[in-house]
Design a protein. Sequence first.
Length: 96
Amino acid sequence: LWPDTMTFNAAMAACDRGYEWQWALHLFDEIKMNFREPDAYSYCIAIKALERGKDWQQAFAMLGEMQLASLSPDAAACGHIAKACASAGRWEESAA
């Protein structure tokens, strides 16, 4: 029995709540390696993890990946990207 995307999302969310953002990102990669498709919530959790890791560039890259997958970012995902930019002192990018 293989875990589905919802199971990965639950594990990612638990990692995020425990401030284990690196593990949340690892699980995001595992979704793809297990031939599953990340959904909008998967991306939102991963973007939040990148915010915690202050990796604004990767957060923007993930936003682009999300759009290529025909998924629309929600307000939370956009907020996490803005916070990642702001915490890295990249105010110009956070306004974009």
